[in-house]
Structure formats: C-alpha cells, structure tokens
Design a protein around this ligand. Structure first.
Ligand code: SF4
Length: 341
C-alpha cells in the first residue's frame, strides 16, 4: 500500500505478546501511518492463547480495535531445543530469555524478508528486565539475530542509537519514546492516550519463570535425554514424585487434571485409582515393577478420601493388565523426600 505522496508505505513486523508494552510499541508505530504485521509466538511452555497465566494473552482484541494483522507462530521443537541447551544460560528459574528473544527475532526476520517488510519493532524497554533488557544484552540479541540496525524499540528509541528506519526517515524518531526502567508510569499515560484499556498485568510470565514448574522440568532434564511433547504436557499437571532414576509418579489434583492425565496416558503406561471413593488418577511413568506400582498406590491412597484408613484398595491398569493393590496410605513425612516441588 502507498502513502498519499505515492511512496511505498513502510511496513514493520512487531513482536506482540498481547501485553501492554508490545501493544504500545505497535500503536506508536501505527500512529506514524506505518503498516504493522504483528507476530505472536506460542510455545509448549505456557505461552499460548488459552492460558491467561502465561506470557501469551489473546492478541486479537487489540488488533481488531486498532486495525493491524496478527500472525500466530508456534516455535515447537526449536524452542524445546533452546530450553534443553540454552547458549546464554538461564534466569532465576528455567527461563532462557536471551536465547528465546534471539529465536523469536530470527523468526521475525525470516517473515520480514519473506513479505518484504522494512524493519522489526518490539515492546522492549531499556533496563526493565534484568536478563534480556539491559543495554549490553539488547545489543547481543540484536547482533545474534542478524538484525543490526533493523530492530526498533519504539518505547526506548530516544535512548538508543538511531536505527535504519529512523535514518531513512521511514519513522520519525521524535514521535517515539525514551522510557527506561521498571516504572510503568509513562506506559500508563500512553495507554490512556491511545484508549487502550484491557491489557494483562506485567507480572504474568511463561511457565519457565515458575519455580514449581522449573523444578519439575529440571528433574525431567536430569532423567531424560530428550524432552517429548507428552512429557512437557504432563509437567503442567498434578503432583510429581520421583521414585528412582527411571520412574516418576504423577497424581492429579482435581477432576480436570485427572481427565487431562488420562488423555496423555500411552497404552503401556499404568494408571492407578481407588474405586468408589474420592480418588485422584495417578500415572506411573518408567519402571512399573510391582514394587513401584505399590509405592505409587500408597502415594495415591494418601490423596483419596480414605487417606486416614489403615489400608486402601486401589486398581492399577494398563491396556492389557489390571492389578488390585491393597496398601496403607503414604505418610506426608515420607512424601516430603520424593515430591518434586
Ligand atoms: S519469560 Fe523469557 S523464556 Fe519465557 S517467553 Fe518470555 S522471554 Fe521467553
């Protein structure tokens, strides 16, 4: 599409999480009559649209309100690879923010080249996050993603060297912002100016920043050579117990988790439940020897409505076998040593 003066309208690719900063970066760009295509990433670590607790939030309402396109992209195995082996280390938990930003920007660069867009924008704010938004790290990310000069951060642009888009006057630098640090004051003002109301709080983050999830993931990485999608899906569910190097027990915490656990069960997996009383579904992964099934049954019994009885009767099934197990419920002080939390 062309401008009024017949020149090609500049076109930016935006990294768009659906959060306030990335939305404002887009609005500051759109305000200059620049076309914006927003890219929203999904991963197996909670950054998906169905999960409001994650870094991903629904990008469509804002896109509809302000008139820009959104493309969804799942990072799939590429993201799992960096979680297994991050080149630039991890944050406080299992988050791999530097590698993650580089991967997202590389994907955005591919799209930019494919559709002949001119530059990339992000909602990064200088000094806002310790790992990926300090100046040195921002430079590194820009360099490693192959985007030197092509990466514009509209919220902090006035504090950073001019990008190609500014030097070529595709963007008016004067209309961009010079925000730094953790205060959200200026962002709130801008949100008000643009009439942007429903945006997620900045505290939301991906599952890799969650302590409990990170502990379960760390345990899994220590006991497997290769993360599978099924393993990752199960990490989100239930209480996890490590019986030995090979064997893990996952106990559903509610009806919904019980159903989800069953949906991820493979034919060779054993699952355990007590019949006719309130009972979780327990999945046993790894070595399903009778000894391990009994231990898993004791753990399960602890979370049934008969947890104070001396013995509980449970059934362990896989596709071909069914075993009845009569065991005492495990004691909390023993579970303390094997729960992964
Ligand atoms: S918290 Fe870090 S690792 Fe997770 S999606 Fe955001 S940048 Fe990536």
């Amino acid at each position: 599409m062309d401008n009024k003066d017949g020149k090609k309208r500049a076109h930016a690719i935006a990294l768009f999480s659906g959060g306030l900063d990335s939305a404002l970066a887009i609005l500051l760009t759109l305000r200059q009559n620049i076309e914006v295509t927003a890219l929203t990433f999904m991963t197996h670590f909670g950054c998906d649209l169905g999960d409001r607790s994650s870094c991903g939030s629904n990008p469509y309402p804002v896109a509809k309100q302000y008139g820009f396109n959104v493309k969804l992209m799942h990072l799939g195995q590429k993201f799992i690879d960096i979680v297994e082996n991050p080149e630039f280390g991890r944050g406080k938990n299992m988050n791999v923010c530097t590698d993650c930003r580089i991967l997202m920007l590389q994907e955005a660069k591919n799209l930019m080249e494919l559709i002949n867009a001119d530059f990339i924008i992000t909602g990064e704010v200088l000094g806002q996050r310790p790992m990926s938004q300090v100046r040195g790290k921002m430079n590194l990310i820009e360099k490693r993603s192959g985007l030197r000069g092509k990466l514009l951060r509209p919220l902090s642009a006035k504090l950073l060297p001019p990008t190609e888009a500014e030097l070529k006057h595709l963007v008016d630098r004067e209309q961009l912002e010079g925000i730094s640090g953790r205060s959200r004051k200026r962002q709130m003002e801008l949100a008000h100016e643009f009439g942007l109301e429903d945006y997620p709080s900045p505290a939301s983050g991906c599952l890799l920043t969650d302590k409990g999830y990170s502990n379960r993931l760390r345990d899994l990485l220590a006991h497997t050579d290769h993360l599978t999608f099924n393993d990752l899906n199960l990490l989100r569910l239930g209480r996890h117990f490590r019986l030995d190097d090979e064997t893990k027990v996952i106990v559903g915490r509610n009806e919904q988790e019980n159903k989800q656990i069953l949906s991820y069960k493979k034919p060779h997996h054993y699952y355990i439940e007590a019949k006719d009383i309130g009972s979780p579904i327990t999945l046993v992964l790894g070595n399903t020897s009778l000894e391990n099934l009994k231990k898993a049954a004791m753990i399960t019994a602890r979370y049934t409505s008969a947890k104070n009885q001396p013995k509980v009767t449970l059934l362990a099934y896989n596709k071909v076998n069914q075993k009845e197990l009569i065991v005492p419920p495990a004691k909390d002080e023993d579970l303390h040593y094997i729960i992964i939390k």
